[in-house]
Write a protein that binds this ligand. Structure first.
Ligand code: GLV
Length: 381
């Protein structure tokens, strides 16, 4: 098989290797998937400015996100069920990120636990928090993230109710898969995935099993969120979570200027302009199209990050040019992981780095810190 050259190549390979219900879980938006598509499509509307006869030696992509070093302005996004794209997926991805020098964010809804990931990494990773009604459990999760030496807490604000993803319902998504004919067929056609999965004991929600009380059906994300997540989450909760955590706090899921101003007032260290990868409010605007407005509203008060729709290093460069200090990739690394395990995550990062580096040079810049709106020829939305 030839070497993957693009994130789309990794996606094709992941589709061949990962059981349909888990591949589809990653490759899904809610309802019509209009916002999911817009996230990618709107990046293509941003046009770059070609410059010539500018010294392009000694280029650097190095930066910081919430004051922490990153070899490029990209972190791995928190993604639910990552350990179902590949056995022990979160541990493999965290190691790949560490070697590459970019932050890894572990999801509350991960398969490997906080402690599993801490056991295979030597640098601090970030932890993403969902807030459930059971506050003892949340306090305990925050304390576990501290004990594991996590260096930032990312609080997700846009998923207190789960957006409907039709594919998940049609596939009967659950982790681990159920013993039904439907799931059996999906697994039987993916023998390599099954062999790897049989070698690990990590097949359920590792942060939750054995820690949360009164949980009836943990295998189903939709019933679990409906039962456990706190629909009354408010700005007051941000205050006590910030206090309990006591470290760097990133608020994820801001897509509106008014919310961005409230986030800046909350004392958090960064916001992530995000619509949850088009998985929550279908019909919302794309992340990249909202970025300039949010930067305009709060860019001088709080660090602004972005996720959603990044499929290339060019997309990262465009986001940085429009004011993002950092970006996150979710699906691109999940496709790499599903396709090839840890080397696939490294490949996804390498593809993005190379694209960003060459694009930056052809735009006449040598240092990502100097990339600004001047590299954009036309915004297009
Ligand atoms: C969970 O974060 C999801 O989007 O499925």
């Amino acid at each position: 098989m030839s070497k993957p050259l693009t994130i789309a190549d990794l996606k094709t390979r992941a589709r061949r290797r990962v059981p349909k219900m888990f591949f589809d879980y990653a490759d899904s938006g809610s309802w019509t998937e209009g916002t999911y598509r817009a996230n990618e499509e709107d990046f293509a509307k941003v046009k770059l400015r070609q410059r010539v006869l500018v010294d392009m030696t000694n280029r650097s992509l190095a930066t910081t996100m919430v004051g922490q070093e990153a070899s490029m302005p990209v972190a791995l996004a928190p993604t639910g069920l990552c350990g179902m794209q590949h056995a022990d997926g979160e541990m493999l991805a965290a190691k790949a990120a560490e070697e590459f020098g970019v932050p890894f964010t572990l999801s509350t809804m991960s398969i490997c636990s906080i402690e599993d990931v801490a056991s295979v990494t030597s640098k601090p990773f970030w932890f993403q928090l969902y807030v459930m009604k059971d506050r003892d459990f949340i306090n305990n999760l925050i304390d576990r993230a501290k004990a594991a030496n996590c260096s930032a807490l990312m609080l997700t604000l846009d998923l207190q109710i789960l957006g409907q993803r039709h594919k998940d319902l049609r596939n009967g998504l659950s982790a681990p898969p159920k013993w039904t004919v439907h799931h059996g067929i999906q697994l039987a056609t993916k023998p390599f995935w099954c062999m790897d999965m049989l070698r690990t004991k990590r097949r359920g929600f590792g942060n939750i099993v054995g820690h949360a009380k009164n949980v009836s059906d943990l295998s189903s994300l939709s019933s679990w969120t409906a039962e456990q997540f706190d629909p009354q989450l408010s700005w007051k909760d941000v205050a006590w979570i910030k206090e309990r955590w006591g470290g760097k706090l990133i608020l994820k899921g801001i897509l509106d200027e008014e919310d961005a101003r409230a986030a800046a007032d909350s004392g958090a260290d960064a916001i992530v302009v995000s619509n949850h990868g088009g998985r929550q409010l279908d019909g919302a605007l794309s992340s990249i199209s909202m970025l300039p407005r949010i930067v305009e509203a709060v860019g001088d008060k709080i660090e602004v990050h972005l996720d959603g729709g990044i499929r290339s290093g060019q997309d990262v460069l465009k986001a940085v040019a429009l004011g993002a200090r950092g970006t996150y990739i979710g699906r691109p690394y999940l496709y790499g992981l599903g396709a090839m395990g840890k080397p696939g995550v490294t490949t996804a990062l390498e593809i993005i780095r190379k694209e960003m580096d060459i694009t930056m040079a052809l735009c006449g810049k040598r240092d990502i810190q100097t990339v600004d709106r001047s590299v954009i020829a036309e915004v297009g939305f």
